[in-house]
Design a protein around this ligand. Sequence first.
Ligand SMILES: [Zn+2]
Length: 660
Amino acid sequence: MTQIVDFLLVNGLVLTMDEGFHLYHPGAVAVSGDSIQAVGPEEVLNRDYSGREVIDCGGKVLMPGLINAHTHVPMTLLRGLADDLRLDVWLLGYMMPVEREFVSPDFVRLGTKIACLELIRSGVTCFVDMYYFEEHVARAAAEIGMRAICSQTVLKFPAPDAQFFEESLAAAREFIQRWKDHPLIVPSVAPHAPYTCTEEILQATKALAIEFDVPLHTHIAETAQEVENSRKEHGMRVVPYIQEQRLLDAKVLAAHCVHIDESEMHLLQNSAVGVAHNPSSNLKLASGFAPVNKMLSVGLNVGIGTDGPASNNDLDMFEEIRLAAFLAKSVSNDPTALPARTALTMGTRLGAKAIHMSDLIGSIEPGKRADLILVDVSSLHNSPSFHRDPNSVYAQLVYAAKSTDVSDVMVNGQWLMRERQVYNLDEHELLLQAEQYAHRIDTFLIQREKSILSKLVAIGPATEEESFEVQVKVRIPDPKPVLESIELPDIEVLYRRHYHEYDTYFKFADPKQGTLRYREDEFVEENVQERKVRYRLTLIGPAREYQFPSDVLLSRSRYLAPASHSLRFYREYFNPTGELFIEKDRRRWRVLFRGTEFYINLDRVDQPDLGYFLEIKSRTWSRRDAEHKAHMATNLIEFMGAQAVERVTQDYLELASSAE
Ligand SMILES: [Zn+2]
């Protein structure tokens, strides 16, 4: 008696990718409902099974579908938006501001559909996603029939779907509850990365993942900088830190793990953490080389992912698997490292282990879900075929085959693509909609890039503060009289400071944009060894507002904020047309002079060497108040005995420019 099954796939070169790497040629697979019923030599299955539909595989490779272990699928809509940038400039300067403006449920659904079309065509049957509005990634994927782990992002910054992390955490909980037992979707939670999450977020997401027994998806040790910062902030590397936070108690999938040492690998392995290796992304962002050989030898389950299509820029797992093999060889200076069969295992069975789904997918074995693909290896670029070495078919698939050789894809017993025709998706319509988004995003960025102020607001704490500054400045030959006058009774000193100031000015082609100043204030204190520094960013108005009598200037500062990024970051983000550096020693007093408050600055400009200056300054928010202060400032400077010396109507930037 033969058993009736839904599909009997015959005449294939069956790569099971199981533990024993069983291979049948000609082989067959029986599929019933959502599952694999049997796999083996064709003659055996023909004897034991009869299919409601018999599929002739035409000698193609029949293998488990590929698993993309880490991606951000809606970012297909941001593909090509900003490239050749450092990770922080790319992420904080471009991706996050655009995402805050455009990412919506509609955006996420459209981006997911486009990604699914691309994934299906390249033989991927399961992907692990991390994004915002993850519910809508799940809906789109389920509608199309794709299998996915969908991880709702939680992070400490305002996100497109949450102003505060509590909202995204609540959304993650509801999402997990709703999708917990879905046949295609595994809901999950994603604390974005240790450096974008607070300890509270790490604790809460871990508790949620454990409560519902779902995977916890995160980015770990992607850059050397991250490790360095972790050392500074927590006194330890990234993996010990997340272990201390007990994050590893959950079923963790850790993307990247580029900068981890051997003891960290053991920590991850002891906690059954899965790793997603992302060769293209690491190469493109120059993040470094993940120690894949070492991770595998330690026994870690390492899968392969494309990362988001904005940092790759595609979702091609054939390319990723090939790169994983090439990279591992090059880095270890050993062509025998990471052979083709191992690389393909990382894209299938080992990937399934890494994402905690090896009971269901990753190999062709009875009882597992029917996630299958057919790959045509008879085309010119795959030819000819050798059979002496049983491993040659793996080499053929990894080193020669292309994603376009995938002809048929089945997920959960349903065909999603036959003979390269994808069901359920209208490519033309999707591309039209994607172009509309691209046009709107282009317009938004073109507008933003026109103004230094709006570029500043996009990355900073979104505050803009406009104030006026009354300023009178004189060049003095000798600081002694000034120091003596400050001790006179008309001047009440509120506080005094002493610091070294290192100013970098960014100049722009359009002078109307003003000048951006990055200031490093190093406090000089007697008997204090520790270097105390503060960093500030000021956008200085394009021109002085007004000149009062006696060379008192009114200038405008349009934006003032602590500089939370490095000078290098700002340089790459703002891309100024010119730069100027000024170093000075500044003694500063905040004083009351006959009832009016002023700052008195006594400066010695060392670079360029401009000598001593006395500066009287006061900040104000109204023009009328400015009139009064201008008058008082003149009185003060004369009181300090500096009326006879040269008045300087230029600021340091202008002085330094002319000294250059
Ligand atoms: Zn990622």
